[in-house]
Design a protein around this ligand. Sequence first.
Ligand code: CDP
Length: 553
Amino acid sequence: MSETGEEFDLLAIETLKSRYLQEGEKDWEDVCKRVAKAIALNRGEYTEFLDIILSKAFIPSSPTLMNAGTPSGQLSACFVIPVEDGIEKIFDSVKTAALIQKTGGGTGFNFSKIRPDGSVTVSGVGTASGPVALMRLFNEATEIVKHFGKRRGANMGILDISHNDIISFIRAKRTEGVLSNFNISVMLTDSFMSLADEGRMDEVWNTETGTKIGEIFSEIVEGIWRNGEPGVLFYDHINRDNFTPALGDISATNPCGEEPLLPFESCNLGSINLSILVEEGKVNRDSLREAVRKAVRFLDNEIDVNVYPVPEIEKATKKTRKIGLGVMGFHDMLLKLGLPYDSEEALRLAEKLMGQINRAAIRESEKLAAEKGPFPEYENSIWEFPVRNATLTAIAPTGTISILAGCSAGIEPVFSWVYRRARIAGKEFMLVHPLFETHFKQKLSKPDYNRLLEHVYAHGTLQDITDSKIVSEEEKGLFRSALDINWKTHIDIQAAFQRHCHAGISKTINMPVDAGKEDIGKALIYAWKQGLKGLTIYRTGSRQHVVLNLKKR
Ligand code: CDP
């Protein structure tokens, strides 16, 4: 019997039906066969690929599941599109983004080449409207394309910390609903962060505008405290892992931040389900290596069978052949092993696991290079031995594929053990985390179990239950969810994975509603010192629509 609860299975089936089944397909197996057939180059590969996807040991990201073996054939989730200063080029970028989003891919842009608001235009007639106004154009395009595509388009808008419009950029999403198709991120540098860390807040950062370090830093903190925007990216940490510096610096990422890419590069993502690797209280390392081996071949094949939205993307992608192999179900794995998310053991496991995955991925890419040749820009790269892919690992949010797999998303802690999911298949469900359900159903009488569910649903936590017969101290340690976990631990876990990951990691650092602005400032500095490539912080309830929902409840 599957470990996932009945409701979780229903949610997976409903998600599958509404988004992934093509005409004539009835279930997951049909989807897996179509996908494996489209990506495999021979019968042996077909069997291997079908095996890992069908068993949910590895799942490629949504565009592959949706488009492989269909007329669209666009398989990538991540793209970075350059934005040059000039009307014609800007509209070219909008068009490319529209073509990508129609197929379910996400686009990231660095707008720093756009001259600041109010400056004189190239023709000398009129004044430039600046990056923030331009982002509205991209946002509207996404809004319209949404009606043609299979999933809502997502954008990442980035501005460098030294751009003159940085303050208005940081404030660009302060009004709820504005730029709703964008995540925004400030590209921070080591020199800015060092000055902020040293508390040199009164020093002028931008001599043209006279803006001080402290003004910019506190605007970022204020924005995050208010509604989680902007996110931040750390330029020097990203470029420390630029394996092809001869091709230029990396100045942008895809929408959720896990893939820093060069202009016009795309990347195919896929995730290994860590949860099902636990057997009899231990991680099956052989199965892990096998899954990595097959997944790397799968993602590398995708680069050749992919149908690219525009020729520039095909060209840039095939030069470096980057792939993004990641993980999901990390918290479920910990629960099965009996390890609290915020424990030394969890940190050690994170580091060990990702190290193994990265090494196994590199080994497979090395083999692929021997068979088929290294990536074309290998000679210009910093790799010391031939590999087929310039980068191999990245950790995606796995927002939908983790639902299909029935496991916790990415490396996130479970957000809530019990929540209500409005109407699946016409019914309203109370969704209980399967491992929580199994554990407490076995232990408690039915009335006590129901009281526990009610409590966790109403309070969002079980940490405040005083009756140790219902929840012991040990269980409190194990069943800590995202908001019970300190922001520092969130960052530590992200950093542990990041140390063994070529690209980036998508993760939300949750803070409680009463977190202060000083906590946010500290978290930014701490994350930078831990070597993260980027950071998204979300203070509970700080977005209006969330507040409204709570009120209604
Ligand atoms: O789980 P799934 O494969 O559907 O996607 P994910 O792991 O949640 O997101 C992976 C990437 O897909 C994101 O970082 C975006 O680049 C892209 N994406 C998008 O373009 N539009 C969305 N609505 C969701 C994700």
